[in-house]
Design a protein around this ligand. Structure first.
Ligand code: 4NP
Length: 148
């Protein structure tokens, strides 16, 4: 489960790119991959927002479709269901741990830790630099796939 604040930029990008990588590696049947938000800002009356258009455009250029992906909020039950809750930054880790509780707090890790880095994925909501977020996410996902 990839986790960010709004589930319309970073974590859906990680989900969709990782699914594409798994498909190309012939390993998609081995994993359940989703993404979710620590806030409910992008879910209205139970309906999640689609992926942020600039992210869709970037992914489309790489042959990856965002069609059908809608924001969802991370729940305590996800903490039971998933083996890893892979967060984009420190505040996501703090919030995700609060949501899933102490018993599954150890599952909340940062994506870039799989690349051997201690930093956060650049937040394109504030930087407006979508390629930089993609580059960070791809480094983390390459390390993750290697580890899996
Ligand atoms: P994300 O980016 O956490 O990467 O999906 C954001 C999207 C929306 C908001 C903040 C961050 N927002 O404040 O609505």
């Amino acid at each position: 489960m990839f986790v960010c604040l709004g589930n319309i930029c970073r974590s859906p990008m990680a989900e969709l790119v990782f699914c594409d990588m798994l498909k190309k590696a012939g390993r998609e049947s081995e994993f359940v991959v989703q993404s979710s938000a620590t806030s409910d800002e992008n879910v209205w009356n139970g309906v999640g927002s689609p992926v942020y258009p600039p992210i869709c455009k970037l992914l489309q250029a790489k042959g990856i479709s965002c069609v059908g992906k809608r924001a969802q909020v991370l729940t305590k039950a996800h903490g039971e269901e998933f083996d890893l809750l892979i967060c984009m930054d420190d505040s996501n880790v703090r919030n995700a741990r609060r949501i899933v509780g102490e018993i599954n707090a150890h599952k909340c890790v940062k994506l870039l830790s799989f690349a051997g880095e201690s930093g956060n994925v650049a937040d394109p909501w504030s930087t407006r630099d979508f390629e930089m977020a993609y580059a960070d996410i791809k480094r983390g996902l390459d390390g993750l796939l290697k580890q899996l």
